[in-house]
Design a protein around this ligand. Sequence first.
Ligand code: SF4
Ligand code: SF4
Length: 258
Amino acid sequence: MPNPKDYAILFDASRCIGCKACQVACKQWNDLEAEKTENRGSYTNPPRLTAHTWISMRYYEGLRPDGDPYFDFIRGSCMHCTHAPCVVSCPTGAMAHREGGVVTVDEKTCIGCRSCVQACPYGAVHFDEARGVVHKCTMCYDRISNGDQPACVKACPTDALTFGTYQEIRALAEERVRVLKERGYARANVYGLAELGGTHVLYVLTEHPSQYDLPKAVREAEKRAATGWLSAGIAAAALGAGLKFIVERREALKGGGQ
Ligand code: SF4
Ligand code: SF4
């Protein structure tokens, strides 16, 4: 479980209006290039996260079994997992937990092997062909470590996003679910309490997580983790020793060495 004093974000699907202000604010603050979008019959655009899109709102619409129409939104981004498969799989330690449980990648030591891309069950980390390294949401580490909120949270016009300590955010999420249930949302739940050791991004959902395509990949990752943490760690250490040479070589080349 995350430390109570860790940083955390709450995404409350019951308050989200799908305006994408968070998605745009992320692009703006992190200086991420725009991507060409296309009409594929969905408001989800771009269709998935990339090295240049660190938040992508996903849209789900249709009819519930009782015939009621629904139009649901969810935030797609890094969940800043406690037992993060991306961190375990990284052979150089480039992908790591920083202060407050935030997971970020250090570009200087990333060698672009893409182990983390394969390991992440949320599809949150991507390879940047131009720079030869991976990128993903940093929870605006540069802002939060200076006492500010993440850009997405600041931009949200409906308070669907809240930033705070894990203890505060978890209490807020559980209280919100209690209120939603009172209002008739019988399936309201908090997502992220148990997944991958507890995630530092929690969701308040009005429907079962399967409605938002959430659980399947995580169950598989947890299964892999249960059998693979140890072997992955040993393999990473062995590989890391060999790869250290490559990193040093690359740094030497950058510095004009031979
Ligand atoms: S969501 Fe993916 S990239 Fe983010 S911490 Fe978890 S495993 Fe790593
Ligand atoms: S690409 Fe490789 S080195 Fe870079 S963060 Fe991922 S696993 Fe680590």
